[in-house]
Design a protein around this ligand. Sequence first.
Ligand SMILES: Nc1nc2c(ncn2[C@@H]2O[C@H](COP(=O)(O)OP(=O)(O)OP(=O)(O)O)[C@@H](O)[C@H]2O)c(=O)[nH]1
Length: 284
Amino acid sequence: MANIQWYPGHMAKAIHQIQDNLHLVDIVFELVDARIPVASRNPEIEKTVQQKPHLLIMTKKDLADPQATADWVKYYEDQGQVAIAVDSRSRTIGKQMTQAASDMLADKLAKIAARGITNRPIRAVCVGIPNVGKSTLLNHIVNKKIAKVGDRPGVTKGQQWLKASNKLELLDTPGILWPKFEDQVVGTKLAVTGAIKENIYPNDDVALFALDFFKQHYATRLVDRYHLTADQLALPNPELLIAMTKNAGMRDDWERFCVAFLLDIRKGRLGRFTLDLTGDQPDA
Ligand SMILES: Nc1nc2c(ncn2[C@@H]2O[C@H](COP(=O)(O)OP(=O)(O)OP(=O)(O)O)[C@@H](O)[C@H]2O)c(=O)[nH]1
């Protein structure tokens, strides 16, 4: 099981950092991986953010199952939460986020405009667990236009304001918000997508979990990629994994196959997928 000795300290630090920054921003952008919108979400964030407008940004939408992503956007909407799905590498990412934030803050911006202030940018802070695409998104959004550091009160060392456009500024914080992976299933899902390093969870456990999921949801992709017969597909998972190893020309080296299989999944060679489904939610 994962070594999570360091977890509580890091967690508390990151949460404090978000709390300290809240008064500086109009809105919080919480980044989650669209393939695992539950597993990549830290429940502490919601408590911490409380009354601040809070936009959920589902990154890596190009890797996620489009139907599942649409289901999640609708699911959040039903819960009164705004969510958008993005590809962090998109050229229009800045525009998409500015638009979503402007829509959410329409009332506040109208009040500010009524006071004669029309050029005040929206200020936001981005939070999210590692590997969710925060750096990619920030790099694309600011297009290297980095605003001066320390020109505004309250900004702690190591933080800077990034100028996305005249309408949007983002507070970049070095804080690392760890996922909540004491839960074995959550941890395994994070491992499938590559959010957790391979040495924390055994590859064979992760591969068997992924195999089971793909068998249930995307069986034809397994059949096509690993040339499975109907009889092989009907085998119990461990035997199926061995059959796939053989079909892949790796004889009985199933440990090597597990690594290759997980790489295939992460690289999208088995197609777009989503491991967290709205139908699995307790109140769905
Ligand atoms: N396909 C795809 N890949 C993405 C997207 N966003 C990020 N990535 C990739 O995901 C990996 C992690 O992205 P980062 O931007 O480094 O993630 P991060 O959240 O900054 O992670 P840390 O640096 O660990 O905090 C990189 O290989 C990115 O190229 C996306 O929307 N789509």
